[in-house]
Design a protein around this ligand. Structure first.
Ligand SMILES: [Ca+2]
Length: 253
């Protein structure tokens, strides 16, 4: 597929043809919280996409002030679309016109479908025009081992190999048991002793908790959920659904 197969005039306001409704759309590990920032006065109304599950086509995105100072990750990226992405894995150039923030769960089949089928198409078609940021949203109520996989991803990130972890875990070759996670680490070439220690001691529990707080702040209840600049897209939608939004942003419409 190339860009020419995609309709540049497609409006993101129309619901996209939905993939089968993801059963993973269940309440996340926390109840939604009141609007961040103390009220709706600072709420920026953004037009969302038609979404799966009849949640409606309009979204209110409550913008946060930039997060309080925490040490930035090696990427130095601390904020995207109001979302605190400090320390989160980033793929792509800082000056990319599109930033996609992906809230995902390594044990979610719809996340796997996106990662293995849709993401490669988008990366091939858009290249340097899209920057990717990953935020953990392990839905432990339905995927009890997803939290360990999220911790493992942070341990891979510590060794600058998060995206290799992402590809491995979403390939379907590895499960999220301790043995499966260690196998994945070995497969991508992580330093094994450090990885095992990092995982066993849950060294990045606070980082996963911070990711969960960001998801909660934006009322994200299911995975995968994406922010494509200011547009929100939910579920394992086909490349065309993402392309319609991306092309609309790139064309300035
Ligand atoms: Ca993170």
């Amino acid at each position: 597929m190339d860009d020419s197969t995609l309709n540049p005039d497609a409006t993101p306001l129309e619901p996209e043809p939905a993939e089968p409704a993801p059963s993973a759309f269940e309440p996340g590990p926390a109840e939604p919280t009141p609007a961040p920032g103390g009220g709706v006065g600072r709420a920026a109304t953004l037009v969302g996409l038609g979404v799966l599950m009849g949640l409606g086509a309009g979204w209110l995105l409550f913008r946060e002030e930039p997060g309080t100072a925490r040490a930035g990750g090696e990427s130095g990226v601390t904020e995207a679309h109001g979302i605190d992405v400090t320390n989160d894995p980033v793929l792509g150039a800082d000056d990319a016109p599109i930033t996609i923030v992906e809230f995902s769960d390594f044990d979610c089949p719809f996340c796997s479908r996106f990662a293995s089928q849709t993401a490669p198409v988008l990366r091939r078609n858009y290249g340097d025009r899209v920057r990717w940021i990953f935020v953990n949203l392990p839905l432990t109520s339905i995927h009890p081992r997803a939290y360990d996989a999220a911790l493992g991803g942070e341990c891979a990130h510590e060794q600058d190999m998060f995206w290799e972890w992402y590809d491995a875990m979403f390939s379907g070759q590895f499960d999220s048991s301790r043995d499966g996670l260690r196998d994945a680490a070995r497969h991508i070439g992580l330093e094994g002793d450090r990885f095992a220690q990092c995982l066993d001691e849950a060294d990045f529990a606070s980082e996963v908790a911070a990711d969960l707080r960001e998801a909660q702040k934006y009322y994200i209840l299911g995975t995968p959920t994406f922010y494509i600049n200011d547009y929100r897209l939910e579920g394992a939608q086909p490349p065309e659904a993402f392309a319609a939004v991306i092309d609309s942003i790139l064309s300035g419409s």
